[in-house]
Design a protein around this ligand. Structure first.
Ligand code: CTP
Length: 444
């Protein structure tokens, strides 16, 4: 019996796939189809897949062409499968010509002509696009708005409809967008959804207006500066069937998510301490601090994320100490927060006027997880034990600092496909601490 194997994502199964499978089958007597897992697709940069692994497997099964379906989960698996299943022929579409010649060592490699004029990417792109409008003007926002616009090009199903900003430099840098305006209503009229990175104290008004117009919102964390406002906005979002999503790009990066799962699975024993530091030095000669996010707003949500996602939000006590800018009662150059939980402790340091090592350390009763600086955009972390021989290193592809995945999550939430964003308890606690910072902190 001649065995043939082929691989693919098979998202939104189309006639190009079916023709490929038919011709693959005709090369032998028995066809094995490898369907890529969601995780493997993400690692290799294919982040827009619309259907779940189960849906894609079901679709391939329904063609009745495959004799066996396997799941492709890791780099190099093709060699293992060819040996394991005694495969005679490996085949794939001609878009891959040359890429799999190395498999000739194990079996015959055949490239079949790709069917012209159809692909999953095109089908995904043909779906109605969510038009996302950008909102923000501060100097901190500038780089983020530009990255967001750039990253949106990698995501099927979205287009940036325009920007509302008072900042002339941002308007110039993004002048090619269809709508560049200072009038919020104008941007709302051409958008289905908004990415908001205005000053935190303006979030409430911006979000409220957007939700009242039935627009979905992804807002850079903290969503508001007061918990009561946040609850009001969530209620409004629910009434108007809108998504209101908290934006912390790190929450959507693969390495960070894998680290969370490992930490929760007991690999370092019971977690006893989480310590997160995020700092960046601002050039205060250039930055007008009245138009800048203070340190607790700019970095606090990111640093709070692993603490609340690992230890929860029900701490017994917390103390906040800040070194303030000499000319402001709101701008903290440096803030340290210490938490006490019933069975653990945590601390965070955030700063824009003090520099420190930007690492994340999660300490447990059996070992610790170490994420080196800058941990908030890492592609790597380590599990470390008393016996260094047991240490393990983990690497994951990081595309676009997590922003690309964040946009994908936002769009999937809007389309009702998947709701994988930051939990409401975490968002609420971030806002609660932002509020507490204003009213209850010690000064250095
Ligand atoms: N294929 C084909 N003709 C097409 C599209 C895909 O022969 N028009 C083949 C690919 O070469 C591959 C298999 O079908 O052997 C599965 O491809 P997959 O990557 O799942 O499909 P694409 O439509 O190419 O997906 P994407 O646009 O996401 O890359």
């Amino acid at each position: 019996m001649k065995k043939v194997i082929t691989y693919g994502t098979y998202d939104l199964l189309h006639f190009g796939h079916i023709r490929l499978l038919e011709r693959a089958k005709a090369l032998g007597d028995y066809l094995i189809v490898g369907v890529t897992s969601d995780g493997f697709d993400r690692v290799r940069g294919k982040i827009n897949v619309q259907q779940t692994l189960m849906e894609r497997i079901e679709a391939v099964k329904a063609t009745g062409i495959a004799d066996q379906i396997v799941i492709e989960e890791y780099e190099g698996q093709k060699i293992d499968d060819i040996k394991r299943y005694n495969v005679d022929i490996f085949t794939v579409g001609s878009d891959w010509i040359g890429k799999f010649d190395y498999l000739n060592e194990y079996c015959k490699v055949v490239y079949l002509d790709r069917t012209q004029g159809i692909s999953s990417s095109e089908l995904r792109a043909d779906k109605r696009k969510e038009r996302i409008g950008l909102v923000g003007g501060s100097l901190n926002a500038m780089a983020m708005l530009e990255k967001f616009e750039k990253e949106s090009h990698y995501v099927n199903g979205v287009e940036i409809s325009g920007i509302c900003t008072y900042n002339k430099d941002i308007a110039i840098n993004l002048k090619n967008l269809p709508c560049v305006t200072e009038q919020y209503e104008e941007l709302l009229s051409v958008s289905d959804a908004l990415y908001i990175i205005s000053q935190p104290e303006n979030h409430y008004e911006h979000i409220k207006k957007a939700l009242e117009h039935g627009k979905h919102v992804l807002c850079e964390s903290p969503i508001t500066t007061e918990v009561s406002q946040l609850q009001e906005l969530w209620d409004l979002a629910e009434r108007n069937h809108c998504i209101l999503m908290d934006g912390v790009k790190t929450a959507y990066s693969i390495a960070y998510n894998r680290m969370l799962v490992l930490a929760k699975s007991g690999r370092i024993g019971e977690i006893v301490s989480v310590d997160a530091t995020c700092t960046s030095l601002l050039d205060f000669a250039k930055f007008d601090i009245t138009k800048c996010w203070n340190s607790i707003s700019a970095w606090g949500p990111t640093a709070m994320l692993p603490i609340f996602q690992l230890l929860g939000t029900k701490y017994d006590s917390c103390s906040i100490v800040s070194k303030m800018h000499s000319e402001s009662d709101n701008f903290d150059l440096f803030t340290k927060i210490a938490f006490e939980y019933p069975t653990a402790v945590a601390s965070l340091k955030v700063a824009q006027g003090v520099k420190s090592e930007g690492e994340l350390v999660i300490s447990g009763t059996k070992g610790y997880i170490y994420i080196p600086a800058p941990w908030w955009k890492t592609d790597y972390f380590e599990l470390r034990y008393e016996n260094p021989a047991e240490n393990k290193r983990y690497f994951y592809q990081l595309e676009g600092e997590g922003i690309r995945n964040e946009i994908v999550s936002f769009v999937k939430a809007i389309q009702g496909i998947e709701f994988s964003y930051i939990g409401k308890d975490v968002s609420k606690e971030i806002v609660h601490l932002t509020e507490r910072f204003k009213n209850n902190r010690h000064r250095l």
